[in-house]
Design a protein around this ligand. Structure first.
Ligand SMILES: Cc1cc2nc3c(=O)[nH]c(=O)nc-3n(C[C@H](O)[C@H](O)[C@H](O)COP(=O)(O)O)c2cc1C
Length: 328
């Protein structure tokens, strides 16, 4: 599969996750085998206002592999202007331009939906067409789209939305196999993902509840999708990418040892500190790095300790202690 000039062997993506898929997570996942990743969503409107924090979220380093920058919004002209700004921006030392612009058409949260953004766009395939077209006209980067199966169970229209996006110029579509009403739980509707795959001529990435290599393989075979995107399954477990790639290549997979889990968790935290500074990174990364230890003895107590920690040194101490307990 190809997205623009980027050739992907298996199409294994890290899905966009606000508050999670930051530079540190993308770097670690890339190292562990993720072939492509997507940033946390950023507001197109904020980009056009020149909002500093938004640009900071949009920074991508050259050691993360190919990364799509995800924008959200509802007005075609604003989305187009944001795409133009993001495409032509000088990102500064060590940073690189995104590999693609991805458009969020799946976010279910009330604040976004009630503004007519995110998954609300699925109510109006013609608007989807106009947004994609406007973004496409304002960037020379590939334009991709991520949406759900529909807004609710009685309004499953992923095929219509995907066709509208394709007609507007989208080069790839990721489908999270749930409706907006389902939010993040309930069955993933693989049949609708398959229908999308059979209806469009561009690559389709299947998404939802992949937490093991066998989930990945059954998702690919049941949907016929060109690839898969993994979100929550990679939180505290970036090793999942290696597990899936080994399975797809028919190679033996050796799961990480507890020492390796701790080593990678601390590495992710250090990357995050390098990027954001300790005061911001430690509180922000707590939930994610605590997930690395979910299978450790006394995980709830360890999590509570991590939640109180303010510095790298404190976290490191908690992790080493947990490791000693586990190995004793
Ligand atoms: C905390 C969190 C934040 C998310 N943020 C975004 C986002 O910014 N953009 C987006 O398109 N999807 C977002 N998603 C949805 C995921 O990309 C994905 O579609 C969903 O979690 C289902 O995949 P999974 O079961 O592999 O997690 C988010 C999901 C979670 C759990």
């Amino acid at each position: 599969m190809k997205i623009g000039n980027t050739e992907l062997r298996h199409g294994i993506f890290l899905a966009p996750m606000a508050g999670f898929s930051d530079r540190a997570m993308r770097r670690v996942c890339h190292e562990m085998g993720a072939e492509y990743s997507v940033t946390e969503m950023i507001s197109a409107k904020a980009v056009t206002f020149g909002d500093k924090k938004t640009f900071s979220l949009a920074r991508i380093r050259d050691d993360e592999g190919p990364v799509a920058l995800q924008i959200f919004g509802s007005e075609p002209d604003v989305m187009g202007r944001a795409a133009e700004i993001l495409t032509n921006r000088d990102w500064g030392d060590g940073n690189v331009a995104p590999s693609a612009i991805d458009i969020n058409m799946g976010c279910p949260v009330h604040k976004i939906f009630s503004n007519g953004e995110g998954s609300a766009l699925m109510r109006d395939p013609n608007l989807i067409y106009r947004i994609v077209k406007s973004v496409k006209e304002n960037t020379d980067l590939p334009v991709t789209v991520k949406h759900r199966t529909g807004v609710s169970a009685d309004k499953i229209n992923a095929v219509e939305c995907a066709l509208a996006a394709e007609a507007g110029g989208a080069e790839l579509i990721t489908v999270h196999g749930r409706t907006r009403v389902q939010m993040y739980s309930g069955d993933v509707d693989r049949k609708t993902i398959k229908k999308v795959k059979m209806s469009v001529h561009i690559p389709v990435i299947a998404n939802g509840d992949i937490i093991s290599a066998s989930d990945a393989i059954s998702m690919l075979s049941e949907t016929g999708a060109d690839g898969i995107a993994i979100g929550r399954g990679a939180v505290g477990n970036p090793f999942i990418f290696g597990e899936i790639i080994s399975a797809l290549d028919g190679k033996k997979y050796t799961p990480p040892t507890l020492d390796e889990r701790v080593e990678v968790a601390l590495w992710q935290l250090r990357l995050s500190i390098e990027d954001k500074g300790e005061g911001v990174a430690v509180p922000e990364a707590r939930k994610q790095i605590a997930s690395y230890l979910h299978s450790f003895r006394g995980a709830a107590k360890i999590r509570a300790e991590i939640n109180r920690a303010l510095t790298y040194v404190e976290i490191e101490k908690i992790f080493f202690e947990a490791l000693r307990n586990e190995n004793s």
